[in-house]
Design a protein around this ligand. Structure first.
Ligand code: ATP
Length: 347
């Protein structure tokens, strides 16, 4: 694949937080219609990679292109407009808004507003459960349902590439497997999916390909099937247990993994507890809950102003939602850049 193709191409991307090199010369690709998994231990740089692709973290070097368009210098909302959607760790949905309102907010980009009704139909087709729940306040839903709202909201931006950061985190095995099944359905629509997951077995179970990210570097790349059956990968990411249902492959990927990389992963998995999740809002150094609450209040105030006892018509509502959200995104991005600068200055 090269930059002229339709998918996501990340080439030689490096990112540092002050002196800490979080990503070192990382190159990955995601083609339309495939699911690609990034596996890595805590702190390997998985969230940093997604945040960098999404335009939330500045890179030192390297390039990212989506559908052949280089995103160099793009702000986060411009990256969304070029066809990429991120479902952050922790979902980031608007808890006090209904399912329907969350979906509407997902279509704030100009190109997405044009396709809003088409995308909404697609979301309800993928998640029929959300139709009956469309008036339900999002925070009252189960974790799995909220994850579906988060994925649905991301799909409302009509992306070509969908990125998800730990979508199964905090879900029961049953709900997690529902989410993974859903991602298979999303792939059938032709989207490319980049998935960061700690649940290696289930994510490799639905993926086409995978990469191993070790302390900021890609140390292996192979088909999901080969990764699933490779002894070194199983040892590092799947608890080392052999499983009858795992297919045998002729070319174990172990040969492609450096011994220090495997050992490093074993040690990290053995000795480290999960770090505090680093979602996009945390990377930005802002409290997303406050940010969202202010946005919701602002939006509700505009709906309930004395001169306006009814909610505006759909078109007005979309315009207001769009401008309020553009404003929020601009502030969010500014905070992210400020936090990154402060972090660099401290080191
Ligand atoms: P996890 O699975 O625990 O979420 P991860 O693989 O997603 O980890 P990142 O969150 O990308 O890893 O973090 C990579 C490294 O960069 C870690 O050592 C982390 O502490 C560091 N890091 C992440 N964000 C920042 C930041 N804003 N400032 C300084 N260091 C950071």
């Amino acid at each position: 694949m090269n930059n002229s193709t339709q998918g996501l191409v990340v080439q030689n991307v490096s990112v540092a937080y002050g002196k800490h090199q979080a990503l070192d010369n990382v190159s990955i690709e995601v083609e339309p219609g495939e699911i690609v998994v990034i596996l890595g231990a805590n702190g390997a740089g998985k969230s940093s990679l997604l945040s960098t692709i999404a335009g939330l973290v500045e890179r030192q070097s390297g390039s990212v292109s989506i559908g052949g368009v280089a995103t160099s210098g793009f702000r986060a909302h411009q990256v969304v407009s070029s066809g990429l959607a991120l479902v952050p760790e922790g979902r980031g949905i608007f808890g006090d808004l209904s399912v329907e309102e969350n979906l509407t907010l997902g279509a704030h980009a100009a190109h997405a507003r044009v396709r809003e009704s088409e995308q909404r139909d697609l979301v309800y087709q993928l998640f029929p459960k959300l139709i009956e729940r469309r008036q339900q306040i999002a925070r009252t839903m189960s974790g799995g349902e909220q994850q579906m709202v988060a994925i649905g909201r991301a799909l409302m931006s009509a992306p070509d590439i969908l990125m998800l950061d730990e979508p199964s985190l905090g879900l029961s095995p049953l709900l997690a497997s529902e989410v993974f099944k859903t991602l298979k359905k999303v792939r059938e629509t032709g989207l490319g999916i980049l998935l960061v997951e700690q649940n290696a077995k289930q994510s490799l179970g639905i993926a086409d390909r995978g990469y191993l990210l070790e302390t900021g570097r890609i140390t292996a790349e192979d088909s999901a099937q080969n990764l699933l059956s490779d002894p070194a990968v199983r040892q590092a990411y799947l608890g080392g247990s052999a499983s009858a249902e795992v297919p045998k492959t002729e070319q174990p990927v172990a040969a492609k993994l450096s011994a220090p990389a495997v050992e490093n992963t074993r040690q990290r998995l053995a000795g480290l507890d999960r770090q505090t999740p680093q979602s996009a809002d945390q990377l930005a150094g802002v409290n997303l809950a406050d940010w969202v609450r202010n946005a919701e209040l602002k939006q509700r105030e505009s709906w309930l102003s004395p001169t306006q006892t009814e909610r505006p018509k759909a078109t007005d509502s979309q315009t207001q939602t769009g401008s309020a959200l553009d404003d929020m995104l601009a502030r969010f991005e500014q905070s992210a850049r400020q936090a990154a600068n402060e972090s660099s200055e401290q080191r």
